[in-house]
Structures are given as C-alpha cells and as structure tokens.
Design a protein around this ligand. Sequence first.
Ligand SMILES: CC(C)(COP(=O)(O)OP(=O)(O)OC[C@H]1O[C@@H](n2cnc3c(N)ncnc32)[C@H](O)[C@@H]1OP(=O)(O)O)[C@@H](O)C(=O)NCCC(=O)NCCS
Length: 210
Amino acid sequence: MATALLAPEELEAAGRGTPEGRRRRVVRRAALRIALARRAGGDPAALRMVPGPHGKPVLADSADELQFSSSSSDDCCLIAVTSTNPIGVDVERVVSRTYLERIAETRFAPAEAAAIGQLRGEAQLRAFYNCWTRKEAYLKATGAGLTQGLDRVIVSVDDERPAIVSLDGDDPVAWSVVSLDPEPGFTAAVVWRGPPTPIRDAAPLDLKNN
Ligand SMILES: CC(C)(COP(=O)(O)OP(=O)(O)OC[C@H]1O[C@@H](n2cnc3c(N)ncnc32)[C@H](O)[C@@H]1OP(=O)(O)O)[C@@H](O)C(=O)NCCC(=O)NCCS
C-alpha cells in the first residue's frame, strides 16, 4: 500500500485537494521513495526527506548525497535520481492553447518567444512545450524554483539541439539537457549540471495503474 511508505507530513500534504489529486500525490511520493531506496539502499519508508530553502526536497541522512527530482502532469510521473550533480525534471501534458504566443511573450524570454512565434501548428506547440519543460527542469535542478526568474535562463526550443543557451551567473555549457516524450501526449525535459551522459533505466510511471 503506497500510503504505508509515506511520512506523516507527506500524507498530510498529499491529503489536500481532490481525492484524485491525493491519490496521484501519494503514488508519486511512494514511487520516489522506492526509486531512492534502490540507489541509497534500505527501507523506502525509512528515508527522511526534508524541503530545501525554496521547497526542493533533499535526503536528510543520505551518506552518498543522492540528487533527485520528480514531476507529474495528470497521470504521468517522471523521477530522476543520480549520484553526481544537481538534476531537475519536468513533464507536461501537451494541450493546445489559444493564446500560446501571448503566453510565450509574457512568460518566456524574448528570444524564446520570437523563436516560437516563427512557427505554426504542431511545430509551434512542440517548441512551446520544449521551452516550458526545459526552463522548468533547469529551475528545479538549481532548486531555486520560480524565485530565480523565468527570464534568467534561455533555452533552445527545437527538437534537434536541446540546450541551455544563456544563463545569468553560470556557464550554459556546463549544463546538459535531454527532451523526451515519456508517453503519447506528454513532453518532458531532464536537465543536469555536468557533461551529456545516457539516461539509464528510463521508464515513465503511469499513476493511473498504480
Ligand atoms: C514548484 C515548482 C518547482 C514546480 O511545480 P509544478 O510544475 O507545478 O510541479 P511538478 O510536478 O513539476 O513538481 C513538483 C515537485 O517539485 C519539487 N519541488 C518543489 N519545489 C522545488 C524547487 N524549488 N526546486 C526543485 N524542485 C522542487 C517537489 O518535489 C514537488 O513534488 P512533491 O509535491 O511531491 O514534493 C515551481 O517551479 C512552480 O511552481 N512552477 C510553476 C510552473 C510554471 O509556471 N511554469 C512556467 C513555464 S516555464
């Protein structure tokens, strides 16, 4: 039973909102605990996770300082665990948006909005979600979340060269970006500080069937 793996404060946080939202949060956290215990060893229920300064959870007692990140959108969840550098993930369900260019202009950097504005139809929708997930995954890797400011990181929006293009206060080349479609209808990005390396054991978690 997934709830048996969670700490009381996780159960309390998961309990807010609709029953469906609660179920997703419980399964997501339980899956995160199982993934972490596979790397750190020990009992998934015994891991102690504490929130960092801006909400990024960290392991309280891990000797090998595992880095991790999790994201979910509807019933799709992505979890990344590594023993090296900061890592962030973001997954989004791809939905058509009437005011997509307007959203890009108000939320993204001018260069990103301009690149998206040159495209149309499916290509534009794809570029929009590439941009969104790459930015969000970077902000989750640093742990700053939205406090860092969406315009302080500029990402590529195309499928061919996922990358951080420009960064305020850091070298963009120090970061690696992978975009993936974990399931039909979803786009995701994984961003980590360090050289490009293959992602091992990649598998989306379907929250509906867990
Ligand atoms: C909280 C935030 C980090 C991600 O939120 P989100 O996209 O709604 O949710 P996700 O499912 O992707 O991620 C949630 C997980 O992020 C983690 N998280 C929370 N704060 C974090 C931070 N500062 N850094 C890294 N990870 C964080 C938590 O583990 C959380 O899971 P939990 O609830 O089980 O603890 C934050 O960046 C945010 O609110 N983003 C809003 C999205 C947005 O407006 N994006 C604009 C387009 S780029």
